[in-house]
Design a protein around this ligand. Structure first.
Ligand SMILES: [Zn+2]
Ligand SMILES: [Zn+2]
Length: 487
């Protein structure tokens, strides 16, 4: 899920989540920061996997058990469960650790004076000699935002796809960490060999270009980690999720699937990103007003569609908001956006164009207090003054927790007399996460023995677990994990 808060990261006070007391909900879970190292050998998955999964009749044969005995694979989510945000998961096999993603979260209201929240990585600092690398699924803040803070503790090589690398580099540059960091660009479809574990990068669809899921090959079996995904049959860049490869991996036999649960309470499918373009065309075609569109900066394909509709209807485009300007620059440099010459104008030049010949693309779709749209709505923006001759399109849904900020902004804009269109009035937003039918397709292609719903609050993990059970995964093979516990 994207977060477009404009972050002056260098000056921010960062809260590292304190390890809270945890009550183990069963034998399968342990607090990884607990002192007793004797009890570190936790291996619920391994206990089952060291038996030959294809030969279930031999499960009780002790000689077989000894022969197949292997070290346990530990999977430790340090963040991202029972929450949306700060995704980071540790995969540990013997003396090797691979980290999947390293995100940040934004504070809840009770965290006064806190600007950013990163996961507690004490466990990784203690085991830093084992870390072989960090692999990143995609460039949203809840997956890459924690990287600079983590690198200050432990310097590890980073592996990501091209667009994600571009965004991570921007971040490292801001934090003066670019020179000291090794970062590898990995193409979708290739595999990185870390020694005992290997990670294959598999193309998926999401609300940011170049998202991938990982097939993690370990000595005790394959773990498939979807990353954030939806199934988009008509993506803007034509790059579909790699169904063929997912099916092949499913056929090899997957021990564990860890899958995105964000929309697991929603029935049906998430619509394609390309359906938004038609709605924009319709809105732009009949509009004589100035158009202001707020959306997530990282949704490059959304921004591209807004620009396309503007060009089609003879409008110039001005960009507002630091993160939006930076994202468009990066996307253009790397070839992920295509803006015809003489389309973009400087925000300082907007007064030289009539309303009907102008679109402004801005940050602030979440009503964040300091964002450009919020300041416009409050009449406090230095460069853009909202008038009754503005059509404002909020092309986003409020992230849970932001609803009241967004409705305040809508109210303020309407009081000025502007026309406001938001997602409950028109189909101007689609999610980047798959709904139940897409989650079913993933489960059916991968056919895992065990299932761990990830990336969601508790009720979303539960809903995803129920979907998996309907598809035949036994209840006892489904793990609902908490952060900083170990499977
Ligand atoms: Zn996410
Ligand atoms: Zn995401």
């Amino acid at each position: 899920m994207p977060n477009t808060k404009e972050i002056e990261q260098n000056e921010k006070r960062v809260r590292r989540e304190k390890t809270s007391k945890r009550v183990s909900t069963g034998k399968r879970e342990k607090d990884v920061n607990a002192k007793s190292s004797k009890t570190e050998r936790k291996k619920p998955i391994d206990n089952k996997q060291k038996r030959n999964p294809r030969n279930s009749k031999r499960h009780t044969n002790k000689i077989e058990d000894v022969r197949f005995k292997k070290s346990p694979l530990k999977i430790i989510p340090l963040g991202g469960l029972l929450e949306i945000g700060k995704n980071i998961t540790v995969f540990e096999y013997e003396n090797e650790i691979i980290i999947v993603d390293c995100g940040l979260a934004f504070p809840t209201e009770d965290m006064l004076g806190v600007d950013l929240v990163v996961a507690d990585t004490t466990y990784l600092e203690k085991n830093k000699d084992k870390i072989k690398g960090m692999v990143i699924t995609h460039g949203h803040e809840d997956h890459i935002g924690g990287i600079p803070y983590f690198l200050r503790q432990v310097n590890v090589p980073i592996y990501a796809t091209r667009f994600t690398v571009g965004l991570i580099k921007n971040k490292l540059e801001e934090h003066n960490l670019l020179k000291s960091t090794t970062i590898y660009e990995v193409e979708q479809g290739t595999t990185v060999d870390f020694g005992k574990m290997k990670v294959e990068f598999i193309r998926t669809s999401h609300s940011i270009p170049d998202a991938v899921g990982f097939a993690i090959y370990t000595p005790i079996g394959i773990v498939m980690h979807t990353g954030d995904f939806k199934i988009d049959y008509t993506p803007i860049d034509g790059q579909k999720i790699d169904f063929g490869r997912l099916a092949e991996i499913g056929r090899k036999g997957v021990m564990l699937l860890m899958s995105d649960s964000t929309n697991s309470e929603r029935k049906g499918f998430t619509r394609s990103e390309s359906t938004i373009g038609e709605v924009f065309d319709e809105l732009f075609m009949h509009c004589q007003k100035r158009i202001v569109v707020a959306t997530f900066a990282s949704n490059v394909h959304r921004v591209q569609q807004i620009i396309d509709a503007s060009v089609e209807n003879n409008r110039k485009v001005a960009i507002c908001g630091r993160s939006m300007v930076k994202m468009i620059e990066t996307a253009c440099e790397l070839g992920y956006m295509n803006i015809p010459k003489n389309t973009l104008i400087d925000i300082d030049m907007i007064k030289s164009y009539p309303d009907e010949a102008l679109t402004i693309i801005t940050t602030g779709s979440q009503g964040e207090p300091m964002s450009a749209l919020t300041r416009m709505a409050a009449g406090e923006h230095k460069k853009v003054e909202i008038t009754p001759n503005d059509l404002i399109i909020i092309s986003a849904n409020p992230i849970p927790g932001n609803e009241k900020f967004v409705s305040k902004v809508i109210d303020d804009l309407m009081q000025i007399g502007a026309e406001v269109i938001y997602s409950s009035l028109a189909d101007i937003h689609v999610s980047g996460h798959g709904c139940q039918e897409e989650q079913k397709l993933m489960l059916s292609l991968i056919k895992p023995k065990y299932f761990m719903p990830v990336h969601g609050e508790y009720r979303q993990l539960i809903a995803h677990a129920e979907t998996a059970e309907k598809l035949g995964i036994p209840h006892e093979n489904i793990f609902i994990m908490k952060n900083r516990t170990c499977a």
